[in-house]
Design a protein around this ligand. Structure first.
Ligand code: ADP
Ligand code: MG
Length: 315
């Protein structure tokens, strides 16, 4: 059985959100325990991950060092975070596998995701990233062409485009590695966004792609059986954050979409995860699960999380 696991922010930072190198290594090391159990049990595993805090930190460095070192574009930051997160994930996973006597190999692939050059999201940035700044500091960056929004009390924040992923361009490399027995880390941070020009040339774009949206596309492209979105809650809930909150267990796409339409899932956090599992199952995936890191194993064995199953799949 082939499984794609998408790791959220809490797999890569401390519980309080700190992202010092030691915090990131510790979080990834914890996250790799259930993953290594699955690999050792014989599952084919592909991993993907977010990169919000990591890209946020790189942007701060860009800003502070701009007069000394030329700032790099956002697609470079995406690629850089695939490198660093991929590096710590393969290190931690290899170690966890060795501890289980498994000799499976691991690899991380720098992965590009094609987006449409005419995606309206490219001209209407909506995704807030990086730190809050007072207006006089944000102004300098606005003058350099960035889009910043007044976020009230906390200050101004940069917003960037978040286009829809259309194609995981490096999926053939991922497939070949999986077929050769590797556990593969791919499409980190949703993949480096690129557009294809008429002459075929690929060009990076200043955007970040939602990692859950790309996870669904990668899962479909690789033909995985089960997609698990691992975050910091055991399940998506109805009336989240109220005393009436009720976790959602097994559900069909239609019902889950109806809950989404009723506004149960926050945009920018649970919303994209719900959308991703729905898309995965609608387009042929067998089972999509949203659960916590700790329950990845149970989710794969079909006994935890918000679980969406396709039509015709035995329940
Ligand atoms: P990650 O960083 O793991 O990708 P996010 O932090 O973006 O994930 O999203 C997970 C968060 O979504 C939860 O911690 C919770 O605060 C929030 N959330 C919003 N709506 C819901 C809901 N209906 N049910 C559960 N969690 C929700
Ligand atoms: Mg988070």
């Amino acid at each position: 059985m082939r499984v794609l696991i998408a790791l959220g922010g809490n797999a890569m930072t401390a519980a309080d959100g700190s992202a010092r190198p030691g915090d990131q290594i510790a979080a990834v090391t914890r996250a790799m325990e259930p993953v290594a159990d699955l690999v050792a049990a014989g599952y084919e595993i592909v991993l993907t991950h977010g990169n919000g805090p990591q890209v946020g930190n790189l942007l701060v460095k860009n800003e502070l060092a701009a007069s000394v070192v030329p700032p790099v574009p956002l697609d470079w930051c995406d690629a850089q975070t695939q490198g660093t997160v991929g590096f710590i994930v393969i290190n931690a996973l290899e170690r966890a596998l060795a501890a289980r006597g498994s000799r499976r190999k691991v690899a991380a692939v720098v992965s590009r995701t094609r987006v449409d050059a005419h995606d309206p999201a490219l001209t209407h940035p909506t995704k807030p990233i990086g730190r809050y700044l007072p207006y006089d500091e944000a102004r300098v960056l606005i003058e350099h062409g960035q889009v910043w929004q007044d976020r009230g009390e906390r200050g101004w924040r940069r917003v960037v485009a978040s286009p829809q992923p259309l194609e995981v361009l490096d999926a053939p490399a991922v497939s070949a590695l999986v077929a050769a027995g590797f556990v593969v880390v791919a499409s980190g941070g949703g993949g480096v966004p690129v557009t294809r020009a008429a002459d075929g040339a690929l060009r990076g774009v200043e955007a970040v792609i939602d990692k859950d949206a790309t996870a669904a596309l990668l899962a479909l492209t690789l033909g995985v059986d089960v997609m698990v979105i691992a975050t910091d809650v055991d399940a998506a809930a109805l009336w989240f954050g109220t005393p009436q909150a009720r976790p959602i267990g097994r559900v069909d796409v239609e019902t889950l979409r109806a809950y989404a339409a009723e506004g149960h899932f926050q945009a920018g956090s649970m919303g994209p995860k719900v959308e991703a599992v729905c898309r995965f199952v609608e387009q042929g995936g067998r089972r999509g699960v949203i659960t916590s890191l700790e329950r990845i194993g149970e989710a794969v064995h079909d006994s935890a999380g918000t679980t969406v199953v396709g039509v015709g799949v035995a329940t």
